[in-house]
Ligand binder design. Structure first.
Ligand SMILES: Nc1ncnc2c1ncn2[C@@H]1O[C@H](COP(=O)(O)OP(=O)(O)OP(=O)(O)O)[C@@H](O)[C@H]1O
Length: 556
């Protein structure tokens, strides 16, 4: 058992009108009611509170004030509100993280009254000294606000909920309200003050986050002299962390890394200096860089849903449901060749029951393996697929080809596309849904929302991979598949497809790739996972048990 850390400071102080033994060690700040009541009181609330020092937001000495404690104080500890019941002549207030339900964090406060001023100052400086030892806490942040994201509340959310917390934690901010799409990305590419900040904060949705990632990754590679167009190049990890204040209509990345879409929770994770590495996929076509993907690359069903929903933007978020239904009924399949490099020598599979959570051991183990580059890929002899050295190739007709670099869980789909995918293990889960009946496909889709395994179907296969390529049929020489094909070629392609779809008039030969909500301009792509390329101000989703323990201070 760990020995309790040696206290640095211990005093008898008062919280409201009650005496507490207050102690500070390097790791814990604790206050414990001094004299237990001799009278048995079954409903008396907890009398001992502990907060990890790493989760203290700030400490401040209270202004001179003659306000006296409430006479009707029953001696029980209550959450103290500003200015309520404090004897502020020698008082200091500690603000700290308090856990609420569903992974939400709040900023709670408790005010201690000291018998003399010098003791009060000693407490304030001692707590501050300990906070200063946390070098991972940001001191200066560059903040980009998308005023048009989601319900257009980005500015209000930042000003009302986030800026006061940053000010309380003495974080200096440089705020930029974006004026057009790609403003943040382009600013990051050229910004000269990037070396002066400790992180970048994105106030917006997944689209805005993607912009920031593109700007930051691009800038880091440029500074390191790395050729972005070469898929074989090892990319340099970005040193600056990214914080996400959710203010978009889709905030999947925030949900997957924090466990909730709540601006205050995200702001507190930034303040305490959390760090969550994340894998990023680079997508290339013919040795030309196209985009980075952090969550989902989807061809077939998810590509078609995005393409169709883009035409219905005027409908708002309802467009996704409508396009989803339409594409399900349309039931297009697409022919092509998928080649992939399986991830070998790693722990974990896409069918695991365990989930990626805070301090994930799978991410730690596999991340280490990847960075050592000690992986050797051996062909799996049990596979029925064609092997080409380390690469495996599958040709077929697919309703959907998805690469999930994280679970892709969101409030609408709490399990996500690949529930056991990991944020930082250097792999992506390649999910192939072969041509099947509408009813079978519906069964697969419904399993994303219930307890059944969505991969336990004979037309679905899933592989944990480090790299993959896709070439649609009729385009397997990796030639350009842009829609500006000559009319004669289009007719030739469509006539082939119409033979395969006798019921429909003219089914398309190609779908599009949905790359984190953006449509790619090419269908033949080469995708590589870059292990831990970026870091977020987050810690992954905390286990419910950890949440309960830290939410119940006496058990710390
Ligand atoms: N000032 C701006 N004006 C218009 N577009 C902007 C501006 N700033 C950023 N954008 C773009 O808006 C897009 C959507 O932003 P964001 O992700 O914040 O909101 P969203 O509502 O979740 O969007 P969506 O669900 O459509 O992806 C981003 O791709 C970003 O490039």
């Amino acid at each position: 058992m760990d020995r309790p850390a040696r206290p640095l400071l211990v005093s008898e102080l008062r919280v409201r009108n009650t005496a507490y033994d207050v102690s500070l060690s390097r790791s814990l700040f604790t206050w414990k009611r001094r004299a237990p009541s001799p009278v048995y009181h079954p409903f008396r609330p907890s009398v001992c509170h502990s907060v990890p020092v790493s989760e203290i937001i700030s400490v401040r000495e209270e202004e001179q004030d003659s306000h006296r404690p409430n006479d009707d104080d029953d001696g029980s500890w209550k959450k103290i509100r500003e200015g309520e019941g404090k004897d502020c002549r020698q008082a200091f207030t500690v603000s700290y993280v308090e856990r609420c339900r569903q992974h939400r964090w709040r900023c709670a406060e408790v005010t201690f009254t000291c018998p003399d001023r010098s003791l009060c100052q000693n407490w304030v400086s001692s707590v501050r000294e300990q906070l200063a030892t946390f070098t991972s806490r940001p001191k200066c942040l560059l903040v980009y606000i998308n005023p048009h994201g989601g319900k257009r509340q980005g500015k209000r959310i930042y000003q009302q909920k986030v800026a006061p917390l940053f000010a309380q934690a003495s974080i200096i901010t440089h705020v930029i309200v974006t004026e057009h799409a790609n403003h943040a990305r382009d600013h990051l590419r050229t910004c000269t003050e990037l070396k002066l900040v400790d992180g970048v904060v994105c106030v917006g949705g997944d689209g805005m986050f993607s912009e920031i990632v593109h700007g930051l990754v691009w800038r880091t590679q440029l500074d390191g002299g790395i050729d972005l167009n070469c898929p074989d190049e090892e990319l340099s990890p970005c040193s600056l962390r990214i914080g996400i204040i959710p203010a978009g209509s889709t905030d999947c990345i925030c949900f997957a890394t924090v466990g909730t879409n709540d601006p205050v929770t995200s702001a507190l994770h930034i303040i305490v200096g959390d760090s969550q590495p994340m894998d990023v996929c680079s997508v290339h076509h013919n040795n030309t860089f196209l985009r980075y993907s952090i969550s989902l690359l989807g061809y077939g069903f998810y590509g078609d849903v995005l393409t169709d929903s883009e035409r219905k933007r005027w409908m708002g978020p309802a467009r996704y449901e409508l396009s989803g239904l339409k594409m399900f009924l349309t039931h297009h399949y697409y022919e092509g060749t998928v080649s992939y490099l399986p991830a070998k020598g790693i722990v974990g599979t896409p069918r695991d029951a365990a989930r990626c959570r805070t301090n994930c051991v799978v991410c730690q183990h596999n991340g280490q393996k990847m960075s050592e580059r000690a992986m050797k890929y051996e062909p799996d002899e049990t596979s029925e697929c064609e092997d080409d050295g380390e690469w495996r190739t599958i040709r077929g007709k697919f309703l959907a080809i998805n690469a999930a670099s994280m679970s892709c869980a969101c409030p609408r789909s709490p399990k996500g596309l690949s529930p056991a995918a990991h944020l930082a293990d250097g792999t992506t889960d390649l999910i192939l849904v072969r041509k099947c009946s509408r009813f079978s496909f519906l069964r697969h889709l419904l399993r994303h929302t219930n307890k059944d395994d969505q991969f336990d179907l004979n037309f679905v296969e899933v592989h944990r991979v480090v790299r993959f390529r896709f070439a649609p049929r009729h385009c397997q020489s990796d030639s350009d598949l842009e829609l500006d094909l000559p009319e004669s070629s289009k007719r030739q392609i469509f006539s082939q497809i119409c033979r395969d779809h006798p019921a429909c008039g003219c089914a398309p030969a190609y779908s599009s790739w949905n790359c984190d909500g953006e449509i790619l301009t090419h269908t033949a792509i080469d995708v590589r996972v870059h292990c831990r390329l970026i870091k977020l101000f987050a810690r992954g989703i905390e286990e419910a048990q950890m949440f309960e323990e830290l939410g119940n201070p006496c058990s710390v």
